[in-house]
Design a protein around this ligand. Structure first.
Ligand code: ADP
Ligand code: TRP
Length: 321
């Protein structure tokens, strides 16, 4: 099975990204033919500074490799190194009804938040469809927030094939079975846009400080507490061994435990969990040329697949000599 997914380089990755999506994507490598890329074209829709585009792309690439991307097996590249995808985007745009894009909730949400949208943001799902279709992907592991974009991709692919013949592979969505939404330090969904993230690779001291500041309710120490309503417990679930977690659950329910104690242990467990990856990341930071080489090699492999699909699509629509 060809598995494909992309991530936008819109800032340093956080534990919500890791436990919500990356870990599952990395696990799929053992059994599938994985194509993972950094969606820098998509990131341009929010007009980052040029220096940020380059830096964040390299940062995200380094994070992925440090966290276990298999650089031999998995094809890993920077989206813009294969510009063929933008040409397929155009061919697909011409079979995409406006209404399909107008119904996309991620677009509607951004407009509702007061963002004045550019055309790139509106057309974003068509570029995403081209990403998926140009590499003949079968499965697309994404978080629930991206489900609609995969449905749009299928719709566009079916329309294209109906018009021009069986050129494109229709992908299946593969919604990552979610470990629920991972809360940030303020209790809302952890997200770069809320400034409530804990990053895997920020200094250990900062991780600890952020964890100690996680918002909890004001139940007195001696009273019983509901673990299912606690942001600290939600994060403990991700990193504590099962027997220890059961222990914490009992202590919450029986009272006599302060949140500070749980936070302290959470900080230790979180830091321990990422320690081996952190060491690998430091090593990569000192060898950024290696990271660049991985991306360049991936781009070459990706390009050969993309060029073949694009040639077939061009021919099918009549762009031929
Ligand atoms: P952010 O909200 O920080 O901008 P992105 O939307 O770039 O993060 O996240 C990339 C992927 O990581 C998402 O598709 C989603 O699957 C996953 N993800 C991000 N934040 C969380 C979270 N708090 N809980 C679970 N999954 C998350
Ligand atoms: N839109 C995705 C996000 O913001 C990133 C992305 C771009 C993607 N192209 C893709 C995901 C293709 C899966 C497949 O998270």
């Amino acid at each position: 099975m060809r598995v494909l997914s992309g991530i936008q380089p819109s800032g340093r990755l956080h534990i919500g990204n890791f436990f919500g999506a990356m870990r599952q994507q990395l696990n799929l490598q053992a059994e599938h033919d994985c194509f993972y890329f950094i969606a820098d074209y998509h990131a341009l829709t929010s007009n980052p500074s040029p220096a940020d585009v380059a830096q964040r792309t390299l940062d995200v690439a380094t994070d992925y490799i440090a966290l276990g991307l298999d650089t031999e097996k998995t094809v890993f590249w920077r989206q813009s190194d294969v510009p063929e995808v933008t040409e397929l985007t155009w061919l697909l745009s011409c079979v995409t009804p406006m209404g399909l894009l107008q119904r996309c909730t991620s677009f509607k949400d951004k407009v509702a938040q007061g963002l004045s949208p550019n055309h790139g943001l509106f057309a974003y799902p068509v570029l995403q469809a081209a990403d998926i279709l140009i590499y003949n992907s079968n499965l697309v592991p994404v978080g629930a927030d991206q489900k609609q974009h995969i449905e749009v991709t299928r719709d566009i692919a079916i329309r294209f094939n109906n018009a021009y013949g069986e050129i494109l592979t229709i992908p299946e969505e593969h919604i990552i079975e979610s470990v629920a939404v991972i809360p940030g330090t303020d209790g809302r969904k952890m997200s770069k846009s809320y400034g409530n993230t804990i990053e895997m690779f920020e200094p250990e001291k900062t991780i600890k400080k952020k964890i100690m500041r996680i918002v909890t309710d004001s139940t007195p120490v001696e009273d019983p507490k509901d673990p299912d309503k606690c942001n600290v417990f939600a994060l403990l679930k991700l990193v504590a061994p099962a027997d220890e977690l059961a222990d914490w659950e009992n202590r919450y329910r029986s009272g006599g435990m302060g949140y500070g104690e749980a936070k302290k242990r959470l900080a230790e467990l979180m830091i321990d969990y990422f320690r081996p990856f952190r060491e690998k990341r430091v090593h990569l930071e000192n060898n950024l040329d290696y990271v660049r080489e991985v991306l360049a090699g991936g781009a070459e492999r990706a390009k050969s697949v993309a060029a073949t699909t694009l040639a077939r699509a061009r021919d099918a629509v009549g762009l031929r000599g």
